[in-house]
Design a protein around this ligand. Structure first.
Ligand code: PRX
Length: 650
């Protein structure tokens, strides 16, 4: 493990590092621009995190104020106990007196069509759906609803309608397969599914309702599917209700009821180190406090900003920074349904100019794809509305950072590299753009109230530049509360490696100035184009194929995607001559069908043996080196079969 923690190219990164202090033109206008006062807030927040969060929580509307800020019965944390809040009220009603005609969303489709929603429009649409959910579907607080939708305003409306009546939503990214959707619906025991018949991406029409119909045949908890018909020819199947018909006669007003701070707002399934994704449970009050304050501070959000986070609502970034963070701040956001490079590689820059976007928040994998497409595309656009850029989801390599800074930000926009996770709910490590000097490739320093550290195998703080595990020493409000139906796994996964510390699963080091440099996962989770996948999940999909005896999956460094998926497979019929080409195709299609095309292996290597320890554990370390074409490093004497692998070729 120590090898892994200290591997990577710290020296190369450090050599390449240049520091970018905040420019005067940015600082002059920034919310937080006084370095000394900020340092004081930060230092105090490290000593008394509760005090910091308590103060920030007051910027939300509470139907009843809490009596106790934090209760910590390790590993279970509760925040704002006794407080009553409605998340949807905070995102809508609260803004109506001053912002009813302000745009909440500007939606753009891949074909260039645009729909705009003011806060009043959004409030009315959400109210109609919430009324229908209560009176027609008889849903109530404590129920669960699945959302399997493209990135369109109705997806956000469904989220806010759920939040409004205390129904926990469980959004499943609309690229997941019927099997993945079914597993998630079953685990969360969803009563309804919100969906649309079709979605659009890269010129293709995605048949979403087909997937939902296939998935729900084995979901007895689902009583109704609420179907948004975008294609007038789509017909309704039994148990399906037309969205329009359900909502159109409903009142455009709805009174939001307060819920306990700890009332679950949503479940979001994410990959871990075992075969099955886990349902991360997020609260209402603490979650909203975390997402709201980080949106304001990290993006220096102002009333007049046009903010665009390119994430899909199927991921945590979409939950926190497309929906709850911006709406709770009364912001105007752009949302776009479609491929970022479609129908031409300048699509994102075109949208920025068209809607005068001021803040862009996207992923390194997208930035690298834009880089590869060529500088001539951004150069065709003015991009002069932009004032701040963000990055999330994986480490951003310094080359991509510099390109983003120069070609897109024209050297004038700070870049906020934000580190966080599905579990953390909101950003935990990121610069504050008006005060933090930036270093390309570093997420810089923890947000106030976040007590982060890097520790060695024994749990002791690492010295400067020593690689270790990223941990958080003190709970924070938007922290996951548990894993749905599996508190044991919650304990085991996050709280057992180091006593009293939240284990992130990431490796990192800190430089002499206390800047955090996150290297990526140290467990069996891989990050492909910013999407988190469990290697065991892909292995389970592979071994469910009748022609596979055994499989081991590893990540291989990939210039564009961060990591690509390489599977080592022992076929059942390895004694016979096999057509590796056709079997490779068959298995890739099989994994895509089992999980979704995002998990399709990039390469499958057929072998007769896999490197295992004498106790039968697959030695992934060696497979990673093999996949990356590296020399095998480390001790091989403990291997049961030191031959490592024995390739099968056609
Ligand atoms: O490895 C880290 C990486 O993404 C993981 C979390 O993935 P997920 O739960 O899907 O959430 C992604 C969006 C927040 C982390 O454990 N990661 C995320 N942001 C960064 C990052 N790695 C380096 N730098 C980041 N800014």
């Amino acid at each position: 493990m120590t090898d892994k923690l200290n591997s990577g190219s710290i020296e190369t990164i450090m050599k390449e590092t240049r520091a970018f202090p905040p420019s005067k033109s940015f600082t002059d206008q920034a919310h937080i621009n006084d370095s000394d006062s900020y340092q004081k807030i930060w230092k105090d927040s490290q000593k008394h995190p509760e005090k910091f969060w308590e103060k920030e929580a007051l910027s939300l509307y509470w139907h009843e104020k809490w009596h106790t800020t934090h209760e910590w019965k390790e590993p279970f944390s509760k925040w704002f106990l006794g407080g009553k809040i409605n998340v949807s009220y905070n995102c809508l009603d609260r803004h109506l007196p001053e912002r009813k005609d302000k745009l909440a969303f500007i939606w753009e489709g891949e074909d260039g069509s645009v729909r705009k929603f003011t806060y009043q429009d959004l409030y009315e649409e959400v109210s109609q759906l919430a009324n229908a959910m209560e009176t027609e579907l008889h849903l109530k607080a404590g129920d669960t609803a699945a959302i399997y939708m493209p990135l369109i305003p109705e997806a956000v409306i469904a989220m806010l309608a759920c939040a409004r009546i205390g129904v926990a939503h469980s959004i499943v990214f609309a690229g997941f397969s019927a099997t993945s959707l079914k597993d998630r619906i079953q685990d969360a025991e969803c009563k309804v599914v919100f969906t649309a018949d079709i979605g659009f991406r890269r010129g293709q029409v995605l048949d979403l309702i087909k997937t939902v119909r296939e998935a729900t045949t084995e979901c007895p908890s689902v009583v109704k599917t609420i179907l948004l018909r975008r294609d007038s020819l789509t017909t309704l199947a039994p148990k399906e209700i037309d969205w329009e018909k359900l909502t159109t006669k409903q009142s455009r007003q709805h009174t939001a009821q307060p819920f306990d701070s700890e009332h679950p707002l949503f479940y979001l399934y994410t990959s871990g180190t075992t075969g099955k994704p886990k349902g991360i449970v997020h609260s209402s009050g603490g979650y909203l406090v975390g997402t709201s304050v980080t949106t304001k501070w990290v993006f220096d959000l102002k009333e007049e900003d046009i903010y665009w986070c390119t994430a899909d609502i199927g991921w945590i970034t979409g939950h926190s920074y497309v929906v709850y963070g911006p709406l709770s701040n009364g912001a105007t956001s752009v949302i776009y349904e479609g491929g970022p490079l479609h129908p031409h590689p300048g699509r994102v820059w075109e949208i920025i100019d068209k809607h005068q976007v001021t803040i862009l928040y996207t992923a390194p994998t997208a930035i690298r794809a834009f880089m590869r497409a060529g500088d001539e595309y951004p150069q065709k656009y003015r991009l002069n509305s932009l004032r701040l850029l963000g990055s999330v989801g994986e480490p951003i390599n310094p080359e991509a950072w510099i390109w983003y800074h120069q070609q897109i930000g024209k050297g004038r926009c700070p870049i906020v590299d934000t580190w966080w996770q599905t579990e953390t709910g909101s950003i935990l490590i990121a610069p504050i753009p008006g005060v933090t000097t930036l270093k390309p490739g570093s997420a810089t320093k923890p947000f106030p109230g976040i007590v982060a550290d890097i520790v060695n195998e024994e749990g002791h703080s690492c010295a400067a530049n020593e690689g270790g595990y990223l941990i958080i020493r003190h709970p924070w409000p938007s922290m996951l509360r548990t894993i749905h139906k599996n508190p044991e796994r919650f304990k085991e996964q996050y709280w057992s490696k180091f006593k009293g510390m939240y284990f992130t699963g990431d490796g990192a080091h800190r430089d002499e100035e206390g800047y955090f440099w996150i290297k990526g996962r140290v467990d069996d989770v891989i990050n492909v184009s910013g999407h988190r996948l469990g290697t065991m999940e892909i292995e389970s999909a592979l071994v469910s194929h009748p022609r596979v005896a055994e499989a081991a999956v590893v990540g291989r460094p990939d210039e564009l995607k961060g990591q690509s998926i390489v599977a080592f497979v022992i076929p059942r019929d390895s004694k016979e001559k096999i057509n590796t080409q056709s079997l490779q195709q068959e298995l890739k299609t099989h994994v895509a069908k089992e999980i979704g095309s995002l998990a399709r292996p990039d390469e499958i290597i057929f072998t007769k043996i896999l490197p295992k320890t004498r106790s039968g554990k697959i030695m992934r370390r060696f497979l990673k080196d093999l996949a990356a074409g590296k020399e095998i490093s480390g001790d091989t004497t403990t291997l049961e079969n030191p031959g490592l692998i024995e390739l099968i070729k056609s």
